[in-house]
Write a protein that binds this ligand. Structure first.
Ligand SMILES: Cc1cc2nc3c(=O)[nH]c(=O)nc-3n(C[C@H](O)[C@H](O)[C@H](O)COP(=O)(O)O)c2cc1C
Length: 129
């Protein structure tokens, strides 16, 4: 299994578009043995996906041509022996409006088993405005 984390720049999207992305991800991911979480700050996405390598690669190809975002940048990519979020078919972690509170709240909301390096990377995303 692998775990892959990326950021991307969102197109002009409404909240209903984010809901639609999540809904389809939550339907499709169990079929592909993929779990993970999604952050959206109004301009950027950060997504962590984990599962069989081939399933992740197939999803990455789809993501790369999805016009709802662009400029995918890989932050982390490594093999894992155990999922960090086995229960999350695709869970949106809501970011607090307050930048001051955002980092702490995100730290609480992230899966406890998340690797320290990945955690730091994800927390840095919360500091973006
Ligand atoms: C930010 C973002 C996150 C996405 N996450 C997933 C996901 O976790 N799983 C998934 O199947 N599709 C996800 N999608 C949708 C895929 O890009 C793609 O539209 C979907 O897999 C359907 O592919 P198809 O149109 O080739 O059938 C996401 C799209 C965006 C913009």
């Amino acid at each position: 299994m692998r775990q892959f984390t990326y950021i991307s720049t969102a197109a002009a999207l409404a909240e209903s578009d984010i809901d639609a992305i999540l809904e389809s991800a939550q339907t499709r991911n169990p079929l592909n043995d993929i779990t993970g979480f999604l952050l959206y700050n109004g301009r950027n996405f950060l997504q962590l996906i984990e599962g069989p390598r081939s399933a992740l690669m197939t999803l990455m190809v789809r993501l790369a041509v999805d016009r709802r975002h662009s400029g995918i940048v890989r932050l982390e990519d490594h093999p894992i022996t155990k999922r960090v979020c086995p229960e999350w078919t695709m869970h949106r972690i809501q970011l607090s409006e307050s930048v001051d509170r955002r980092r702490d709240e995100l730290d609480q909301a992230l899966p406890p088993a998340l690797d320290a390096v990945v955690r730091r990377t994800v927390l840095n995303f919360a500091s973006l405005n």
